[in-house]
Design a binder for this molecule. Sequence first.
Ligand code: 5GP
Ligand code: MN
Ligand code: MN
Length: 480
Amino acid sequence: PRGEATAILPTGSKHSPITVIGTEPIRSSFDELCLQQAINSRTAPGVTNLVLNPDAHGGYGAPVGCVLVSPTHVYPGPVGVDIKCSMSLLQTSLPADAVIDKQTRRALIDAICERTPTGAGKGQRNAPKSRHVEEALGKRVLTEGASPGVCRELGIPVEWASRCEDSFHVGHDDSTGALALRLEKLLPHIYQFDAKISQLGSYGGGNHFGECEAVEVGDDQRSRDIAKTFGLIDGGIAFLSHCGSRGIGHSLATGQFKSLQAKFEQWDIPLPGKDRELVYAPLGTPEANAYLDDMALGANFATVNHLLINALVLEAFQEVLPGTTGELVYFISHNIARKEIVDNRPAWVHRKGATRAYPAGHFALKGTPFAETGHPILLPGNPQAGSAVMVAEAGAEASCYSVNHGAGRQLGRKAAKRELDQRQVDQSFADADILSNCRQYPIDEAPAAYKDFDEVLRSVKSAGLASEVARLKARFVIKD
Ligand code: 5GP
Ligand code: MN
Ligand code: MN
């Protein structure tokens, strides 16, 4: 036990315990599937650490809301099918009272939806004012990420790259060349590559969203100082976006699952916990190299996707409220594996629905704008409970420098549709004066489908992982 962090491990296990972050009510919210997946993941080959965060719930192979560390193996499951699903926050120059009037908010929703479509399969063809990206530029997006050249071609401010946790990703041998070679090899096998490229600058469906926020910075001096470094404006309007690598990331990830599953079968390798989603590849093998390359290609798309969405959202604000300016606060992912240092040695840290949390003075922040504060952590809750901007504390070492990526689901989609009432959900949005692009709010995305955000925040703070810098209060939500 460490503060509110406790540990579980299978009886008689030779493994070190799983670190669990959560207050008592949160710990008892973990479903059976989540706990079984945590144990399968912890005891899988080459895994040295597993952290279960307060937002944990059953996922594919590994729980959503976990951190899996291995110095020797790479695991596609604990990255998932939406490679580099991320959050980004744009701070505008607008004061909160500029976005109260209902007509203004409606105009903003329309202007944003004309540029960044929502919905599964939707892309630039569904958004008359988006960009049009041809195949050649699409290939550069996948191999270069947010390079200055790619940013200029797409009208993204080049300096936003310095506000990305990672603005580009390289191949298994640390080169961009490896990615170009891999992409050429893959191209003939990617179904409708053109259509997937044309999804650049779109949210996708389900849990992905754009949300207009009023920013409330904490009253204490430390929060105010940190907010200043982050570029947050107290009493201002910001915009939070949640999306990932769309169809291209999905096809790269599922391609990897299929080919690894076929190899496990062919070579008769036992699956950890008999779970087909927990396939893996030992580092240095052709299989691991191919996976790392495909993950990097997907991650590069997700990066440029977020930056383009932010550029388009800013254009939409400028169309409705001329003179508005905006700066990216941060772009941070929650579905990715990265080589980091854990327990004094290099290891692949897989964050599945988990956010990196480097505190002030962490060596990896050297040379970034956040070396002396720690980087911004963007933590969505739900539109009605609000969201938070946090900063890591030294205690984050206990969770392999990670925190949760949200409140996490407490009701599955089917259960939400069964148990929640559409009229009540819509009424609760009207009562809270939060507008949305949807005529009926998607019931499986209702706030009640997610865990109690205050309890989740209490879990993070009481474990000493991070503290709150600002609260974000939703003014309108864009969802599928
Ligand atoms: P994911 O879908 O990536 O697993 O989780 C994203 C997190 O975002 C969820 O755990 C939930 O707390 C949060 N979330 C989902 N929908 C919304 C929304 O519309 N607005 C806000 N602020 N947060 C949301
Ligand atoms: Mn996603
Ligand atoms: Mn996500």
